[in-house]
Design a protein around this ligand. Structure first.
Ligand code: ADP
Ligand code: TZD
Ligand code: MG
Length: 582
């Protein structure tokens, strides 16, 4: 025991306590462990380096990244996959800001996470006297997350962590910010008192039961439907009530469309899937049941040409957030509550003998779907050289079909849009992608979290631009020896590699990269396996080997630089200039 420690012990024990000491560092660690939070994703530095060390010493898994944004994305995906808030740990000002994009993205996507950032001294920050990495972090975080708290006293750590956990996972999940001033970590208090100040959060995401009238209203609307449709969103996947979702869909007999990250909640080859007849389903349906999905831009806000004539549909919406109702169009039957309780109440209300939707509707959708799938099947068998998207994704589709437990991470423009429609998923929460914002840069953070939290192999299908946002984290993947295979769809740029500078100047066009980069060499530099694939067979061989060995691998897949389209499938969102400059 050091002289200082024994002096402190005798001072505190005079207050009638045991004389054993604890401090901010240990109380934080104990608070997380008491609540079953055992993984931290972050980047070390002042003032949180020792916190990371002590957390590791206490048995937590502390995963260090090369940039906080990716650590934050990992925490968010850990939250999505486990239903417990993922923890991201950063240093003050710049580290905090790097993590903030991930916090905002998590909140936008309804993923629970807690961003823990060290911060500098309040007295100096508030007088703007120029502390090391000074910034009023709490004020900046507030508008970008669900809740933001600062802890000034060690004895408040237990309550602060409890509030952060509850805020992240209750109701609509999201990001929470916890501000940890440097002084807090070293604050000492009596160990027994400290122990008693910790809180185990009981029932952190309480069930929320829907009103019986809401259920009755919804079932009346559904019963009268001639052409009903269910849309499953990632909220339904997050809720982890997979059997209830399946029972509701199957008992209702209603065709369903999965949103991107809800793919696999029911297997994509389920007989009621209308995934390959999406346009017809949206256009012609008369009643749409939204389950954990929002009518945001991804669904053209529930209106517009693709949805048929205005007023031609009624919506039933199941969501935990009452404010989501009527956010874009009128909701005829709002069902507010947690998805498990809501769907169970609807199943019970359907009773026995609920009749399936009219067969002319289901037959029309099935015919359309089967026709589209047959056309697609032909294209997916292709063996072009260089590979186009269909050739390469046709190969990866088979690899995932043989390994339904693998997790697919996917980002890019064409690389995202084609993969989403081509690669079938068979189990819940196996597809992680750019989410609500269509954000680039989630790839490697998501891959790390998927591997760490599930121990299943991960296949990350990445546009070459998308990969660049988080590419340095392949060192992280190698360092922790994670079972991640990254396939970079290398088409020499953003959307295509063929744009030219119209002035004829030396700079290439803004969407074009260095031609024929060998991303596989990056992986080799960190001790992972690098492969270059120019044909379908080479791609199949390299990815199969990687998925079966579990060794960190990067496959540079050479894709025809002419085969993509502007912005993938959302080129219509680009503003167009009508002015011609001479
Ligand atoms: P997608 O992008 O797949 O369409 P969104 O992210 O737009 O999905 O929507 C997810 C919705 O799910 C959000 O409105 C959120 O409030 C809701 N949600 C999340 N968890 C639950 C839950 N356990 N019960 C009910 N609704 C939930
Ligand atoms: N920055 C961020 C954070 N998110 C974004 N979505 C973008 C920029 C803009 N963007 C897209 O929407 S897709 C994309 C960018 C830069 C990259 C597309 O190129 P890619 O995929 O190489 O990843 P394809 O296969 O070449 O289309
Ligand atoms: Mg590209």
């Amino acid at each position: 025991m050091s002289v200082e420690e024994s002096a402190l012990r005798s001072k505190i024990s005079k207050d009638g306590e045991t004389g054993d000491l604890t401090d901010g560092f240990h109380l934080l660690i104990d608070a997380f462990q008491k609540n079953g939070l055992n993984n931290i994703y972050g980047v070390p530095g002042i003032p949180i380096t020792d916190f990371g060390r002590l957390a590791q010493a206490a048995g937590m898994r502390v995963l260090s990244f090369r940039h906080e944004q990716h650590a934050g994305n990992a925490a968010a995906i850990a939250g999505y996959l486990t239903g417990k808030p993922g923890l991201c740990l950063t240093v003050s000002a710049p580290g905090f800001l790097n993590g903030l994009t991930a916090l905002a993205n998590a909140t936008t996507n309804c993923f629970p996470m807690i961003l823990l950032s060290g911060s500098s001294e309040r007295e100096i920050v508030d007088l703007q006297q120029g502390d090391y990495e000074e910034m009023d972090q709490l004020a900046i975080a507030k508008p970008l997350c669900k809740a933001a708290y600062r802890v000034l006293h060690a004895e408040d750590i237990g309550i602060a962590v409890a509030r952060a956990i509850r805020s992240a996972v209750s109701g609509r999940p999201g990001g929470v910010y916890l501000d940890l001033p440097a002084k807090l970590f070293g604050q000492v208090m009596d160990a027994e008192k400290g122990h008693r100040s910790l809180v185990q959060v009981i029932d952190p995401a309480p069930r929320q039961l829907p009103g019986p009238d809401a259920i009755e209203r919804a079932l009346t609307v559904l019963k009268d439907a001639k052409r009903p449709l269910i849309i499953l969103g990632k909220g339904a996947a997050y809720a982890q009530v997979d059997d209830t979702v399946k029972e509701f869909v199957e008992k209702s007999g209603v065709p369903y469309l999965p949103m991107s990250m809800a793919k696999g909640l029911l297997p994509d080859n389920h007989p009621q899937s209308a995934g390959a007849a999406r346009s017809l389903a949206l256009l012609k349906s008369d009643v749409v049941v939204m389950i954990g999905a929002r009518l945001n831009w991804l669904l053209s806000h529930g209106k517009g040409k693709g949805w048929g004539e205005a007023g031609s549909k009624k919506f039933i919406q199941v969501d935990i957030d009452p404010k989501e109702m009527d956010s874009n169009v009128e909701i005829a039957a709002p069902v507010v509550g947690d998805i498990g309780s809501c769907l169970q109440a609807m199943i019970d209300g359907m009773g026995v003998g609920w009749s399936a939707p009219p067969s002319d509707w289901t037959t029309a959708l099935n015919e359309k779907r089967d026709g589209n799938l047959a056309k697609m099947k032909q294209r997916l068998g292709s063996d072009t050289k260089p590979m186009d998207y269909h050739t390469a994704l046709g190969a990866l589709k088979e690899i995932i079909a043989d390994r339904p437990d693998a997790i697919l991470v996917n980002e890019g423009a064409n690389t995202l849009d084609f993969a989403r429609s081509i690669i079938d998923m068979y189990k819940p929460r196996k597809r992680i992608d750019v989410g609500t914002w269509g954000i680039m840069g989630i790839g490697m953070g998501a891959a790390v979290a998927a591997a760490v939290e599930t121990n299943h192999p991960v296949l990350a299908v990445e546009g070459d631009s998308a990969f660049g946002f988080s590419g340095m984290e392949i060192e992280t993947i190698c360092r922790y020896n994670l079972p991640v295979c990254i396939v970079v769809f290398n088409n020499n740029g953003i959307y295509r590699g063929t744009d030219v500078n119209p002035t004829g100047g030396d700079d290439v066009a803004p969407t074009v990269f260095v031609k024929d980069i060998r991303y596989d060499k990056m992986m080799e530099a960190f001790g992972g396996i690098g492969e270059n694939a120019t044909t379908r067979d080479e791609l199949t061989e390299a990815v199969t080997k990687a998925m079966d060995s579990g060794k960190p691998t990067l496959v540079n897949a050479v894709i025809d630089e002419t085969s993509g389209t502007e912005s993938g499938r959302i080129g219509n969102l680009n503003p167009q200039s009508v002015v011609k400059r001479s």
